[in-house]
Ligand binder design. Sequence first.
Ligand SMILES: [Zn+2]
Length: 184
Amino acid sequence: MTRIGAVLAGLGVVAASALAVAPQAAADHPSEGGGSLGAPEDLDGRWASPTPVGKKVCPTKSFWVGDGWGVSRGSRKHRGIDLAADRGTPIFAVEDGRINRTKRQANGALQIVLKGASGPKYYYGHMDEVFISGGDKVVAGQVIGTMGDSGSPGAVHLHFEYWKSGRESAAVNPKKFVTRICRL
Ligand SMILES: [Zn+2]
């Protein structure tokens, strides 16, 4: 009897201290436990998407343009455009659609393929974080990841490809498209 009582009392103490500690811990780390989905309502505007052009949204913001289409990559040619900004810059869904796949490539690069409702697919590479999974529905301007250098250590940027017809083999030079939807 006494022993059980002591055990229960012990449990009670543990539970009470756990409850007491939880809010304290949260208060000590206000940046943890929220915001990782890139809620657009964040007041600091960090996650706010660019203004749409028609129904399309620039895939990132506050960037400068690096290598473009056709630049040599050893034995291959560069099939996209590189948009560089600070690590953690949000990456946006270009249009309403569905996530075709997300994957970490053998070289560590994180990739996202978004199938747009209007037909094309958009390929995003080198993210730091990815907030969606294959099969997820997304809306234009939704934050789907953050810019990083996965698979490209030390060179933080978004590698962006435009598969205009929806087929990977049909990647086209995305410069005009990006110029238009990013208002360059
Ligand atoms: Zn690239």
